[in-house]
Design a protein around this ligand. Sequence first.
Ligand SMILES: CC(C)(COP(=O)(O)OP(=O)(O)OC[C@H]1O[C@@H](n2cnc3c(N)ncnc32)[C@H](O)[C@@H]1OP(=O)(O)O)[C@@H](O)C(=O)NCCC(=O)NCCS
Length: 185
Amino acid sequence: MMTFDIVRPHPRWLEPYRDMCRVSWGQLHDDYILHDPNDFDRWKGRIFADYRNREAGVGLPPGIVPSATLWLIEADPDGERDECLGVLNLRLHLTEELRRYGGNVGIAVRPDRRGRGIATRTFIRLPELFRIYGIKDEILLTCYADNAPSARAIQKIPGILIEEDVVERNGKPTRILRARWPILR
Ligand SMILES: CC(C)(COP(=O)(O)OP(=O)(O)OC[C@H]1O[C@@H](n2cnc3c(N)ncnc32)[C@H](O)[C@@H]1OP(=O)(O)O)[C@@H](O)C(=O)NCCC(=O)NCCS
């Protein structure tokens, strides 16, 4: 089984992260969680400051709430090259819009590492991560109802409450799942 840590982004994993972006770019319905691998020279010098600002809410466009980005890192047993298996984004507050669609958790797993339980094992750690980041909202995940891997990964969370809804996305009525995972405090 692949073991990995959920870590704060750090320069030591910049190359593995770049590789994650290279293999995943254009494969997600929304690339916001990643960086364009073709623009590496533009973002390599400012990515960590950008992450800090995004978390502190500095310079965010209207309607975009502060968020923390974490990397899923598998340590290379030989110490040669760790691998970035995925990226997790935690929105620190919910808005009305995010309550409808978006939720407070975003995740992307490397296409060549999917189906190995990485998302499932990351979701299990969400209560702990929400405590660390002081997020008071319930855990709220959403996905398109026809996105089978996401829907399946969400449905596997023990005790999750799922509702279906139709919301407008890109001007079209779209079936979505909205999943709440109350945190017991
Ligand atoms: C959704 C995503 C994060 C799942 O990551 P993952 O690490 O592959 O998920 P897991 O391995 O934990 O799999 C969870 C379940 O989904 C199932 N699954 C994986 N790929 C699947 C596929 N192509 N079709 C149907 N089910 C699939 C798995 O079989 C597993 O269920 P099982 O254990 O009962 O077999 C990943 O596919 C991804 O990055 N997708 C693109 C971005 C995205 O959609 N993000 C989610 C928005 S909520």
